[in-house]
Design a protein around this ligand. Structure first.
Ligand code: PAF
Length: 292
């Protein structure tokens, strides 16, 4: 429950060390009320700021973390080149009156000798887990660390990473982490493209072509919801993506909304999920698919 107090505005505090984080959190908690965590890898965009605004509506204090987590990148992925506009990110968070920015160094999250891995079996194996081996172990491990470091009452994640959200929910439940995991709907550009830090990798021409992803998915959703054959709708979406300039998609799949099991009959709430590369960017998206 949110406190109804009006307090003097405090400037954004940027913290790099765990001991300082603990001190600051102690101070925040001494004021009473709830704490929300918004975990990010930075390169903040309107999608992240929607997470922040939702957090501010639901909690009394908001902590944003920015940590480009090496454990969730494969050896050939973009860890080194991932955008890190630290000053612009901090300015944006200050403008949005965030209480605290947790920006740990790698050694603060993974000290010498770190040997623990969290793996959510099943949910993490298919879809992006199949295309990016080890990725979701890295995500689950860092999110568990962030939850333990900040000990928030709630944490907010974008629904764009639907599989990630399902995995984090499962982990929080399985491990009794005591954090309410809240999914926040996707924020889209005018042409339907879901906001993502990796959209920055697209050239102007690729950016125009990228709108084919939500469009092909929307068409497939309409066909499936109208009772059309699922396999044909998925295959047609893949074809449209390749025609628009995407590489052969990693997947365009219809899955159960909660457990992500593949579905061949639309007899319960489902999700259409897709991932495909366009130039240097790997784009993902998902949409609800509901039975009549
Ligand atoms: O979605 C992201 O930005 C990251 O996967 C997360 C949840 C911050 C973990 O590094």
């Amino acid at each position: 429950m949110k406190l109804g107090l009006i307090e003097a505005e405090a400037p954004l505090q940027i913290i790099h060390r765990l001991s300082a984080l603990r001190d600051r959190l102690k101070l925040l908690r001494s004021k009473g009320g709830t704490v929300a965590l918004v975990p990010t890898m930075g390169a903040l965009h309107d999608g992240h700021m929607t997470l922040v605004k939702t957090a501010q509506q639901q909690a009394d204090h908001v902590v944003v973390s920015i940590f480009v987590n090496p454990k969730q990148f494969g050896p050939k992925e973009d860890f080194a080149s991932y955008p890190r506009p630290a000053d612009a990110d901090a300015a944006l968070l200050a403008q949005h009156k965030v209480d605290l920015l947790w920006m740990p160094e790698v050694e603060e999250v993974y000290p010498q000798g770190f040997a623990t891995k969290i793996s959510v079996a099943g949910l993490g194996d298919g879809l992006c887990g199949a295309a990016r081996p080890g990725h979701f172990d890295g995500v689950a491990t860092v999110v568990a660390k962030l939850f333990n470091q900040v000990r928030p009452d709630m944490a907010l994640f974008g629904e764009k990473d639907w599989q990630q959200l399902a995995i984090i929910r499962r982990m929080a439940h399985d491990l009794d982490l005591g954090v309410d995991v809240i999914g926040v709907p996707i924020v889209r550009e005018g042409d339907g493209l879901a906001l993502s830090s990796r959209n920055a990798y697209l050239t102007k021409q690729e950016r125009a072509a990228a709108a084919a992803l939500p469009k092909a998915m929307k068409d497939a959703v309409a066909k499936i919801e109208a009772g059309g054959p699922i396999d044909a709708a998925l295959a047609e979406a893949e074809k449209k993506l390749v025609k628009a300039g995407f590489q052969q998609p990693d997947y365009v799949s219809l899955c159960g909304a909660d457990y992500l099991e593949p579905m061949s009959v639309l007899d319960r709430p489902a999700r259409l999920l897709a991932a495909a590369r366009l130039g240097k960017a790997r784009l993902i998206d998902n949409m609800p698919v509901n039975p009549a």
